[in-house]
Structures are given as structure tokens and as C-alpha cells.
Design a protein around this ligand. Structure first.
Ligand SMILES: C[S@@+](CC[C@H](N)C(=O)[O-])C[C@H]1O[C@@H](n2cnc3c(N)ncnc32)[C@H](O)[C@@H]1O
Length: 353
């Protein structure tokens, strides 16, 4: 963990003898900025598979050694780098989560994080008014180059997270043996569809999303050599009645991180459409931050509460399990089950038609 207290420090903190709020501000945002800077400069990729002395690393990253050494020292204290006999190397933490060569790299999400931090600028007004302060990124003008760049960062970040969370989800879900078709509602980057298709060789996935999301998915399909297993359908899940055209066509439908974007009545309506696209016996898989499913995990609780506050700012929110269950049952689904995940902050819910 970036904020790693020693045993005596933990003891002093538990006795309330340390000014603990200073860890949250400004120490935590300082570590955040150092991590982001390192990702942007390519520090972890430069050290991937090799340890380097300061001068060689500075030359590789095209920066002044003195300035770089300040950043590297902070990254060592935060646990991202190691230093021994004049050489800097990645820690295990950095190797697994921050190098492009790692299949579990979440560096693209770190690079996307300033876009999330910008949403929090509106926190005081949202807390005062309990009202949406800005629009969702999907509602911005997608012809503007800045919007295109922001959406590209957003989808790349979500795809990276999907590769981590998705592995766990795919292992937990039992897809019917004869399943051939999967619908990924708001599936954009297609990472979840790809993971399901890799596990089930007979499966073909259809990703339903808005145009910028589809473009991200098509890029991912090409990069992963999965174009023949994926098809893309452009549409607005809130307005379009995709359930008529796609009625009773799918064995599996994914509804991942969509609920927090929509008000309750719209979730109920969209989930009813999704349920109609399922064949009898088909499974709907729901993943999102669910407010009462944090299971005494402080990490999960922090993530879910922060997400709820963030989503209110852009016009969404997070919901408790009973609300989700009611939507699913009203959509005609049964056997609504929740499943615990190791990855904190996300809840997996399944229902059958
Ligand atoms: C938070 S992202 C979740 C993406 C993916 N399902 C995941 O879990 O990583 C929300 C997705 O919904 C898509 N989306 C937002 N509004 C939409 C709409 N009205 N119609 C179709 N897709 C929409 C976005 O483009 C994006 O891909």
C-alpha cells in the first residue's frame, strides 16, 4: 500500500497520538501525483525486467537526474521501487500492476484518474445541493478532440480494470454448457466479452454501446485477435427498444457498471429490455458498486461511498442490493443471487430467466 505505516506508527495512530488527517491531505494526493507522474514518464516500463542506475534511467526518460532522484526516492518510500547497490528496480507491486507487459496492468486507469479527480472539484456544491453538477462524459460532444481524448483514456482505464476484475467474474459464473451468444450491455471496450469468449469457445458476443464506446471495443478486438468472435451494435440503451430486434436471442447478458449511471426507473426499464433478450434459462450477470455489500471491508466501503458521491455529481448513483433484486424480479427473472468477490468494491449478482 502506498501509505505503509510501520508497527510503531500504527500503534501511535491507534492511540490517536499522530495527526492522522495529514496522511489524507496532503500526503495521499502527493503520492497520487508522484505515481501519476511516474506512469506518464514511463518509469515502471523503463525498469521492466532490468535494474538501472540513476544516470541511465534519467537518460532513458529524458530528464535531469537530480529531479528524477527526488521522484524515485518518494516511489521507494511508497513501495513502488526498490534501491540496492546503486540500482533502481520495480517492486513486486509495480511489476504486477503498473508495467505494460503485465496482463494485470492498471496503469491505464491511473492515467485516467485525473479525469475522476476533476469531477471531485464539484464535491462541495454537490454535498450542499444533493444535485448533479456536471454531465456524464458520454453526453459531451464526441466530435471535440478533447472529448475524444478523454473518452479514449476512460475506455482504456475501464478495459484495464476489466482485465483484473473480469478474470475473477468469469471464474465465478456458470454459463450454460450449450451457450453460444452473449450480450454485453454498455460493453464498450469489450474486455469482459473477450474474457468470456476465451473461456467458452462456442460463444459469440454482441457489444451494445454508443459510437465512441464501440470504437474503443473495435480497437481492443483487433489488439487481442478477437474480431471474429465479437460484433458491435451502436445504440442508446435508454431510448432504443433493442429488445424487439434481439428478443430471446442470448444465453448470457452482462450489465456491468451501468446501473450507477442511471436513475432507478430507467434501470428497471433497461433491465426489463435486457431480460427480454435472454432465452429461457439464460443468465443475467450484474456487476456494480452496491452500497450495502461492503462486507466490513474498509477498502470496499471507501470505494463504494466514493463512487456514490462521484456518480451523484454526474447524474447517477449507487444502489443497495434489495433495489437491484426488485428490478431483476420485476423484469421477470428469478434466482437472484449475490456473489462475493476478492476484488474490493464490486458486487456480482446473477439472475435466471
Ligand atoms: C461505466 S462504463 C462501463 C463499461 C463496461 N460495461 C465496464 O463495466 O467496464 C458505462 C458504459 O455505458 C456506455 N453508455 C453510456 N450511456 C449509454 C447509452 N445511453 N447507450 C449505450 N451505452 C451507453 C458507455 O459508453 C460505457 O461503455
Amino acid at each position: 500500500m502506498p501509505l505503509r505505516l510501520t508497527l510503531p506508527e500504527r500503534l501511535l495512530a491507534s492511540l490517536n497520538l499522530l495527526p492522522v488527517p495529514l496522511f489524507d491531505a496532503p500526503l495521499a494526493p502527493g503520492i497520487t501525483k508522484a505515481l501519476l507522474t511516474a506512469c506518464e514518464m514511463g518509469v515502471f516500463d523503463a525498469l521492466n525486467g532490468q535494474a538501472l542506475p540513476l544516470d541511465a534511467l534519467a537518460q532513458r526518460l529524458d530528464c535531469q537526474p537530480q529531479g528524477l532522484s527526488l521522484l524515485l526516492n518518494l516511489l521507494i518510500s511508497a513501495g513502488y521501487l526498490r534501491y540496492r547497490r546503486g540500482l533502481y528496480r520495480n517492486s513486486r507491486l509495480a511489476r504486477r500492476w503498473l508495467t505494460s507487459a503485465s496482463p494485470t496492468s492498471i496503469a491505464p486507469y491511473i492515467l485516467h484518474s485525473p479525469d475522476i479527480v476533476a469531477i471531485w472539484e464539484h464535491m462541495p456544491e454537490v454535498v450542499r445541493s444533493n444535485r448533479q453538477a456536471i454531465r456524464m462524459p458520454y453526453e459531451e460532444d464526441a466530435t471535440r478532440p478533447e472529448t475524444q481524448a478523454a473518452l479514449a483514456r476512460h475506455y482504456a482505464g475501464l478495459a484495464a480494470l476489466a482485465m483484473v476484475l473480469g478474470g475473477e467474474i468469469v471464474n465465478r459464473i456458470r454459463v450454460p454448457q450449450n451457450a453460444t451468444r452473449l450480450l454485453d450491455v454498455g460493453g464498450s471496450h469489450a474486455a469482459y466479452s473477450i474474457l468470456f469468449c476465451r473461456k467458452y469457445p462456442a460463444l459469440q458476443a454482441t457489444i451494445l454501446d454508443i459510437q465512441p464506446g464501440i470504437e474503443a471495443g473495435q480497437r481492443m478486438a483487433k489488439q487481442t485477435g478477437m474480431t471474429s468472435r465479437l460484433s458491435f451494435q451502436c445504440g442508446d440503451i435508454a431510448r432504443d427498444d433493442f429488445s424487439t430486434e434481439l428478443a430471446s436471442s442470448f444465453d448470457v447478458a452482462l450489465y456491468f457498471h451501468i446501473a450507477h449511471l442511471l436513475p432507478p426507473e430507467l434501470n428497471a426499464a433497461v433491465l426489463a429490455k435486457v431480460a427480454r433478450t435472454l432465452k429461457p434459462g439464460g443468465v443475467l450477470v450484474f456487476v456494480d458498486q452496491v452500497t450495502d455489500q461492503t462486507h466490513h471491508s474498509r477498502l470496499a466501503s471507501l470505494m463504494v461511498q466514493l463512487m456514490a458521491l462521484t456518480m451523484i455529481t454526474v447524474g447517477g448513483t449507487c444502489y443497495p442490493f434489495e433495489t437491484v433484486k426488485t428490478w431483476l424480479e420485476e423484469a421477470g427473472l428469478r434466482r437472484v443471487r449475490r456473489h462475493r468477490l476478492i476484488t474490493p468494491g464490486a458486487t456480482l449478482i446473477t439472475a435466471r430467466k
